[in-house]
Each structure stands twice: as structure tokens, then as C-alpha cells.
Design a protein around this ligand. Structure first.
Ligand code: ATP
Ligand code: MG
Length: 318
């Protein structure tokens, strides 16, 4: 039977250990059959989760668990991971319980940008060497990280069943947080589209490079053809002016409307900024190590725009 220490339960629930202890005391006072002693059963952790949720503003009607944002692109190297990690950290700083999942399976590097060292990854979960709560690592700003494993060929070549288990594991995180940010690899393979398919919102990242724009169109096209009907938003990265980003958006929106009858939303831009690369060298998100940079200013605008897609302050702890 699965059992948890208070520390593990706190990590899984995205709250402090003291908060878990106090909630257990309250629950035990109301229900003497509930043992607040370690090891905690899965049911006890679930009861704590419900109690914590009850203490917070109610989620929007019908909304179950976290809102999932999937960050993807057609072309590689356009800035997905930098965007996903910093977005997650900024959400966490604003008080949302946020988990960033590095779904670039086998080539995971979000933990490097976050400056965290995951001892266990989704690869260990797949091999049954770790439970879900063991692969969640504390990161900067209070964000949690789940890594897809790096240099693991098995992860890069998963079959349908293996991918389904990983996707199910990501879904299983949803009751324990407010926001899941998935950072995918590049391209249009199943390893990417399976994650897009489970997201509430997809964020397509491109630069103004012609090949990157064409590949951004490619991922939208494939998802629409596969029946994806939820929202897709565009972020144009590494631009030198807002006009440059606007031109890229107009071009892509024109194409998706005309050829796919699909409405692409504008989300925002990130400027070309040396602090982004500087932060990678420091193994820290740029919004933490360069809080006054232009990139951070624009990132905050994007996160504010994304906040409007969240259930009314659901689970916000700040
Ligand atoms: N706005 C920016 N300004 C300057 N450099 C940037 C910016 N965004 C990203 N970069 C740099 O571009 C490189 C690629 O970024 P990143 O790893 O986030 O891309 P990616 O899309 O996740 O790549 P992959 O497809 O390989 O996963 C990194 O060296 C990063 O520091
Ligand atoms: Mg990446």
C-alpha cells in the first residue's frame, strides 16, 4: 500500500510541512478514525488535499484540478524551455502551486535552467523505480520540477504504451497543483502531440526566422487535423521590436484562418535579451537572476495574460 511521510505529502500537495501537520490535527479532531501519524496513507493525503482546497477560494464550477499549459514549437531551439521554466517560476511567485514538466523526454534540460538536480525522473517512474511524489523536485520561486530524464535513449524512443504511461503520470499531477506547464521537445511527432492533446491551452513559440514560422504553422496544422479544438496562443521570441513580433503573428494568424479555419490567439513576445543566455550560464531562471531585465518585463506581461485563463484564483496561496 502506498504510504507517505509528512515531507512527501507536503511536496506532493505543494504546501509546507507545518500546513500538513496542522491540517492533520484538525482532521483527526473531527474524525478519530483518521490517523495523523506517519506513514500517511493515500486516503489521508487525499483528505488533507480536500481540506486544504476547502480552505481556499473555490475553483470555478466544473474545473477539475490544474490548468495545463503546453509549450511547444515546430522548430527546435526557439526558446521553449526558457519560456516554460520562467513562466512556471513567475506563476509560482504569484502564489499558484505550479509544476513544470519537462516532456522533452530523453533530452530534458529544464532542470538545468531551473538550477535543480532531480535525483529521479519520469524515466524512473516508467521503470517503476520511483513513485510520482518522488520525482517532484523543489525549484526556484516555489515552482516544482518533474524531469523527463536526460541522455536516456529509452525515453526518446517510447512506444505508444510507454508514452501513455507518461501522459497519465502528468495527468495524475493535476489534483495536486493549480498549474502544470509542460515543456515539449520540438517537432510534430507523437512525443509532442500527445502532450499538446492533454493541455487546456497550447502555447506555440516561434522566432521571426522563416523556417521557425513555417514549422509553427506545421504544428498548428497537425493538431487541428487531429481534432484539437482548444485554444492555441502564439509567443514570438527573440524579437528586436514589437512590430517584428506583430508581423509574425499576422502572417501566422492569416494562414491558420485561411487554410485551417482556426483562430490563433496572440499571447505576447519576448525580446532578444542577453540576460536569457546569461541566466542559463548561471543555472537560474532569468526572471530570478535578472528581475529588472527587459525579458522579465515582457514575461510578466505574458503571465498576466495567462492568468485570465485560470479559474477564479483557484488554489492561490499568495
Ligand atoms: N529571448 C531570448 N534572448 C536571447 N537568447 C534566447 C532567448 N530565448 C532563448 N534564448 C537562447 O536560445 C537557446 C535555446 O533556448 P531553449 O533551450 O529555451 O530553446 P528550446 O526551444 O527549448 O530548444 P529545444 O527545441 O532544443 O528544446 C538558449 O541558448 C537560450 O538561452
Ligand atoms: Mg527545450
Amino acid at each position: 500500500m502506498e504510504s507517505y511521510t509528512i515531507q512527501e505529502a507536503a511536496r506532493l500537495l505543494g504546501v509546507g510541512e507545518d500546513q500538513v501537520r496542522h491540517t492533520l490535527q484538525d482532521l483527526a479532531a473531527k474524525n478519530p478514525t483518521l490517523s495523523g501519524k506517519e506513514p500517511l496513507t493515500k486516503d489521508t493525503v487525499e483528505a488533507v488535499r480536500q481540506a486544504l482546497r476547502g480552505a481556499k477560494p473555490a475553483p470555478a464550477a466544473g474545473k477539475q484540478g490544474a490548468t495545463v499549459f503546453c509549450v511547444t514549437s515546430g522548430k527546435g531551439g526557439v526558446g521553449k524551455t526558457a519560456f516554460a521554466v520562467n513562466t512556471a517560476v513567475e506563476f509560482a511567485r504569484r502564489g499558484y502551486r505550479t509544476i513544470v514538466v519537462d516532456a522533452d523526454l530523453g533530452l530534458a534540460n529544464a532542470h538545468i535552467l531551473g538550477g535543480v538536480k532531480p535525483a529521479k525522473t519520469l524515466s524512473d517512474l516508467l521503470d517503476k523505480k520511483a513513485e510520482l511524489h518522488e520525482i517532484i523536485v523543489d525549484g526556484p520561486g516555489g515552482a516544482k520540477f518533474v524531469s523527463g530524464g536526460s541522455g536516456v535513449a529509452e525515453m526518446a524512443n517510447l512506444d505508444d504504451a510507454g508514452r501513455k504511461r507518461i501522459v497519465d503520470a502528468v495527468q495524475a499531477l493535476k489534483p495536486y497543483c493549480d498549474i502544470v506547464v509542460i515543456d515539449t521537445g520540438a517537432g510534430v511527432s507523437k512525443a509532442v502531440t500527445d502532450f499538446v492533446a492533454i493541455s487546456d491551452h497550447t502555447i506555440v513559440v516561434t522566432t521571426s526566422n522563416f523556417a521557425a514560422i513555417a514549422d509553427a504553422y506545421g504544428i498548428v496544422k497537425i493538431m487541428v487535423q487531429e481534432g484539437y479544438r482548444r485554444s492555441m496562443h502564439l509567443v514570438v521570441n527573440r524579437v528586436r521590436s514589437p512590430e517584428e513580433a506583430e508581423q509574425v503573428f499576422k502572417k501566422l494568424k492569416g494562414c491558420t484562418e485561411r487554410f485551417l479555419s482556426f483562430d490563433l490567439n496572440w499571447l505576447g513576445l519576448l525580446p532578444e535579451d542577453t540576460s536569457v543566455e546569461g541566466a542559463v550560464t548561471k543555472r537560474s531562471p532569468f526572471c530570478e537572476s535578472f528581475p529588472n531585465s527587459v525579458a522579465t518585463r515582457y514575461l510578466k506581461k505574458v503571465v498576466t495574460s495567462l492568468e485570465r485563463f485560470l479559474p477564479v484564483l483557484a488554489g492561490r496561496t499568495g
